[in-house]
Design a protein around this ligand. Structure first.
Ligand SMILES: Cc1ncc(COP(=O)(O)O)c(C=O)c1O
Length: 336
């Protein structure tokens, strides 16, 4: 997904602005870190997250193969956030009707963004269990819509190889920026598209990168006991088909509080307003700092931006209500 820049430096349409996101050095987050820390800012994709890459990969791949016909087909997908927004963007541009299956946990802001791009919303209301998961209900609705709508196509982000393939490019950009020396990669996991694609690139090019999967406490991806999770984005109530044994060298399962603390530390020190999984990645790195060797290149893949979490992670009232007064956890001078 190299950006198609014309000779005068002008991009050919908004989808050409997806990818080639900045890699920035972090010097203030953990100033005593012996390792060099870098952040890959996926929030700077035009749809606001790394899921733009997956959405384009899946939709344009399906158009190329003839499975999807612009002007005729309808895309149906279950997503409460970033992938839905990425799909809404690419479908709008290619005149494809898009029906996004959402649930009551989808934030009002994400619903408004989806509508603004022209997506149609199909809301499920009955949770699958007392942990307030809606994945099974959403997938049932997807199957109903596929039966009802003629020429409906389901990208199925949890199992679509094009989701992972699109993310190989993310890793290529990182590797090129660091001349092939990427010692550690911290990557949040949901569908496992990102980690799968990065791991494939690393294996194909013989890089010696240690991949740290950053999952959510209570997610079923790397564990089998699920529990209620407050922060959306990473973590899943199922083990996705894109998961495979060995794609991560180590796994860290981070709590909702870790997400909040990581986000608040990152914005306080580096002025980067990240989303929930960004906070999980930051907290995961902090826990591993003592073992990161001096001079190691350590990349934090940061999936999305904080504007979508202003009513939760960046709301003092919400944080007080859910966790009590934990401000000291990001206000104290860091010892790292
Ligand atoms: C904010 C955020 N972080 C992390 C992830 C996980 O990425 P992946 O689905 O590629 O595993 C997602 C997926 O939607 C996400 O929206």
């Amino acid at each position: 997904m190299r950006s198609a820049i014309t000779r005068d430096g002008v991009l050919d349409g908004v989808l050409s602005a997806v990818g080639s996101t900045p890699l920035v050095r972090l010097t203030r987050l953990f100033p005593r870190s012996q390792a060099r820390l870098y952040a890959k800012l996926e929030a700077l994709n035009p749809g606001g997250s790394g899921k733009d890459r997956a959405a384009i990969g899946m939709v344009l791949g399906a158009i190329e193969s003839g499975e999807l016909v612009p002007g005729e087909s309808t895309v149906v997908e279950s997503s409460s956030g970033n992938l839905g927004i990425g799909l809404a963007q690419v479908c709008r541009l290619h005149d494809i009707r898009f029906v996004c299956v959402v649930d009551p946990k989808t934030t009002a802001q994400n619903l408004a963004i989806l509508r603004a791009y022209g997506a149609e919303l199909s809301m499920v209301t009955e949770p699958d269990n007392d942990m307030n998961d809606f994945l099974a209900a959403r997938l049932r609705r997807v199957r109903e819509l596929l039966r009802e709508i003629p020429s409906a196509v389901w990208p199925n982000q949890y199992a679509n190889a094009r989701n992972a393939l699109a993310q190989q490019e993310t890793m290529r950009e990182i590797a090129e920026a660091l001349d092939g020396r990427v010692d550690y990669l911290f990557v949040a996991t949901g569908t496992c598209g990102t980690i799968h694609g990065c791991a494939d690139f690393i294996a194909k090019h013989g890089l010696s990168t240690h991949i740290v999967a950053v999952d959510a406490e209570g997610s079923a991806i790397f564990g089998d006991v699920t529990c209620r999770r407050l922060v959306p984005g990473h973590g899943a109530a199922i083990r996705p088909a894109l998961y495979h044994e060995g794609m991560a060298h180590s796994v860290m399962r981070m709590t909702d509080q870790d997400c909040v603390v990581g986000c608040r530390k990152l914005v306080a020190t580096e002025a980067i307003l990240g989303g929930g999984s960004t906070g999980a990645v930051v907290s995961a790195v902090e826990q591993r700092l003592p073992e990161l060797p001096a001079g190691a290149n350590c990349v934090l893949l940061l999936p999305d931006r904080g504007e979508r979490y202003l009513d939760t992670i960046y709301s003092d009232e919400w944080v007080d209500e859910k966790f009590g007064d934990i401000r000291h956890l990001w206000k104290e001078n860091t010892t790292c």
